[in-house]
Design a protein around this ligand. Structure first.
Ligand SMILES: C[C@@](CO)(OP(=O)(O)O)[C@H](O)COP(=O)(O)OP(=O)(O)OC[C@H]1O[C@@H](n2ccc(N)nc2=O)[C@H](O)[C@@H]1O
Ligand SMILES: Nc1ncnc2c1ncn2[C@@H]1O[C@H](COP(=O)(O)OP(=O)(O)O)[C@@H](O)[C@H]1O
Length: 283
């Protein structure tokens, strides 16, 4: 019997703004942020096996097999659904790790949705998002697949429709630890909550930017370079820096100026994740 097999995209996200409102007793920070997807990401291939084994075949630098969010997502879903099937997994990884573009969280969400489909579990989005949240604060938005205004630690999601420009994303060659930025004493943690919807213009700052720029000269340089052409912003806790352009041609023109020491990519912003567009076509 040929195993059921499926290849799915695992897109990146950007934080179009990010305000930190306070710190909870458990140490996590209350945020307000806007997530938008990029039509750019990894590709994950799944093949069902009937012996219950979960095996990720692609090796990751510095991430042991069982610590990989893909494997963790698959194991949790298998345990909680009581499914007896297993899975072989391969990934074509192009998203930089620790870049603030959510690669790990996206991989976890693609795994949850892919296995829900292949194992025919019939879980709804609420249940998958709740499981996803136990893997990381950004997993639920990737599970739901729509651009969102997020509150709490990122799990209270309201769909939004920001413009969908072309972005140039610069990738400084440093990996920023989210935990390290959130524990910096200089981090601004008292932004007033935005109560008006949609979020009024003029609120596009990222409260993590001053701390990240201070600690990482490469991020500072990327912000300075891109800032010559458009408003340059930090996504999440970095390291990636992005700016919007009205057309691909204009984003490509600035991209062509990049050197070997500072790489980047051009991608379209999208309010519906390319994962969900592909899944929609399958159904
Ligand atoms: C802040 C964001 C914005 O998108 O940054 P990026 O990681 O994408 O850069 C995310 O919400 C990050 O989400 P995620 O990367 O899933 O974070 P987690 O693994 O859950 O948390 C890593 C660590 O960061 C700190 N943390 C994370 C999220 C949060 N709201 N408050 C925190 O204080 C905690 O110390 C936690 O142990
Ligand atoms: N499948 C995965 N892809 C990327 N990173 C992973 C994965 N599984 C575990 N990780 C770990 O999660 C960390 C954060 O990764 P990632 O989500 O790509 O960054 P960010 O949250 O900054 O966007 C990585 O440095 C890596 O140690």
């Amino acid at each position: 019997m040929t195993a059921a097999r499926l290849t799915l995209p695992s897109p990146a996200k950007l934080n179009l703004m990010l305000h930190i409102l306070g710190r909870r007793p458990d140490g996590y920070h209350e945020l307000q942020t806007i997530f938008q997807f990029l039509d750019y990401g990894d590709e994950i291939t799944f093949a069902v096996r009937d012996d219950g084994v979960i095996h990720l075949h692609t090796e990751f630098d510095g991430v042991p097999h069982d610590s990989n969010l893909i494997v963790k997502a698959a194991k949790k879903l298998q345990e909680q659904s009581g499914c007896s099937l297993g899975i072989d997994i391969w990934i074509e990884k192009i998203l930089p790790m620790g870049g603030g573009i959510g690669g790990g969280s996206s991989n976890a969400a693609t795994t949850l949705l892919g296995l829900n489909h292949l194992w025919q579990l019939g879980w709804d989005a609420d249940r998958l998002a709740a499981l996803g949240l136990t893997l990381g604060a950004d997993v639920p938005v990737f599970v739901r697949g729509h651009a969102a205004f997020a509150e709490g630690v990122g799990e209270k999601l309201t769909p939004v429709e920001p413009e969908e420009p072309w972005y140039l994303v610069l990738v400084p060659q440093v990996s920023v630890s989210t935990a390290e930025i959130f524990s910096d004493p200089l981090l601004t943690r008292n932004s007033p909550p935005i109560k008006v919807r949609p979020v009024p213009k003029g609120n596009s700052r990222n409260d993590c930017l001053p701390v990240v720029a201070r600690r990482y000269p490469d991020v500072r340089n990327a912000l300075n370079l891109l800032g010559k052409f458009t408003e340059a912003k930090l996504t999440g806790t970095g390291s990636c820096v992005f700016g919007g352009f009205p057309s691909k041609a204009e984003a490509d023109k600035v991209s062509a100026l990049l050197t070997e020491t500072l790489t980047g990519f051009v991608a379209k912003g999208s309010n519906v994740s390319m994962l969900h567009r592909k899944l929609q076509n399958l159904l």
